[in-house]
Design a protein around this ligand. Structure first.
Ligand code: GLV
Length: 328
């Protein structure tokens, strides 16, 4: 029997490619060329499955141009690059990689919070530039982390992981806002209290964004929201670019209406709003919250297993949609 054909749209661990090759005729992109939407459509011709990352947009235009496509397995927990309703309508299964990255991403969220509150990169730049000539009592004095109030916007698995770290490790008071409140047992485990978005913004000493990107969450943090935050507060975004209005944030940082920000994701990344590169009170990282080798390998394996499960058993492990007739 002919093996199904799949496209692996970005470079991936060679051992994951080897595993895929046992089940599929694989077209890979180990040179890691970033394709335009038109090139992606061209590459997808004749392919029944696709292994994608956040950089490949699968929308109605792609689906219409690739009628033989049956499944797109995203190597990411976020899936704002997928138009899931359009995929469902086209009979294309969508899957993502939840759970395997939760704790690693929560670790990073906490690390970014610490680096931001304690001004780690700003002070390192100062030192590397040869500006450190003497100790002084208030040099790079930052914000307290232990015992402070941790705010979390978006209380899914990763938000809960950050809450547990803050509450149990650092004695923080945890408040959160989410589409809906958590059940009482999960709230107790996270020692977290549900509050309105306004109270969250006004009360948090450190506000971490962990909500999914959608039309509804676009610029959920803009000038008006930043104005509600404490002038001593820090803001951390490990969710998605576009949730924060980066221009408004750069202005708030410059005017010190909030103290500092830690950003792993950006509107229009890998391009950055130029003002973010010139304000000192921001820690910038290139979308690496899930980037440990073990976790990235687990994500790649789960995306591969979703393709294999679908084509061998008619079922992905972590699907995002249900199809009327999910037969490969
Ligand atoms: C990374 O941003 C992911 O969604 O997994």
């Amino acid at each position: 029997m002919n093996k199904p054909s799949i496209l692996v749209a970005r470079a991936v661990f060679p051992q994951v490619l080897d595993k895929l090759a046992q089940h599929f005729t694989v077209t890979a992109n180990q040179a890691d060329v970033l394709w335009t939407p038109a090139q992606l459509i061209e590459k997808l011709q004749g392919q029944q499955g696709a292994f994608t990352t956040g950089s490949e947009r699968i929308d109605a235009a792609v689906l219409a141009a690739c009628p033989q496509l049956k499944i797109c397995a995203n190597m990411a927990v976020g899936f704002n690059n997928f138009d899931v309703p359009a995929m469902t309508a086209a009979g294309v299964l969508a899957s993502n990689t939840p759970d395997v990255l939760t704790e690693t991403t929560a670790d990073f969220g906490f690390a970014l919070l610490m680096a931001t509150a304690r001004r780690m990169t700003e002070s390192e730049h100062y030192l590397r530039a040869g500006q450190w000539t003497k100790w002084s009592y208030d040099m790079f004095a930052g914000a307290e982390v232990h015992g402070s109030t941790l705010g979390i916007l978006g209380m899914g698995r990763i938000g809960q992981g950050i809450a547990r770290r803050g509450a149990h490790g650092f004695g923080m008071q945890v408040i959160y806002h989410n589409r809906s409140a958590l059940d009482a047992a999960t709230e107790a485990d996270c020692k977290a209290r549900y509050v309105s978005k306004e109270e969250l913004l006004k009360t948090a000493d450190h506000l971490v964004l962990v909500l999914p990107y959608s039309a509804q969450s676009h610029h959920a943090i803009g000038a008006a929201e930043l104005a509600l935050m404490k002038p001593t507060a820090t803001l951390v975004n490990i969710a998605r670019g576009g949730i924060v209005d980066d221009a408004a944030l750069a202005q708030a940082l410059r005017q010190k209406t909030i103290a500092a920000a830690g950003l792993d994701v950006f509107e229009g990344e890998p391009k950055l709003h130029p003002d973010l590169l010139t304000v000192p009170n921001v820690v910038l990282t290139p979308h690496i919250a899930s980037a440990t080798l073990a976790t990235r390998l687990a994500m790649a394996n789960l995306a591969a297993d979703n393709l294999i499960g679908y084509f061998t058993q008619g079922q992905a492990l972590t699907p995002l949609n249900t199809l009327a007739a999910a037969t490969p």
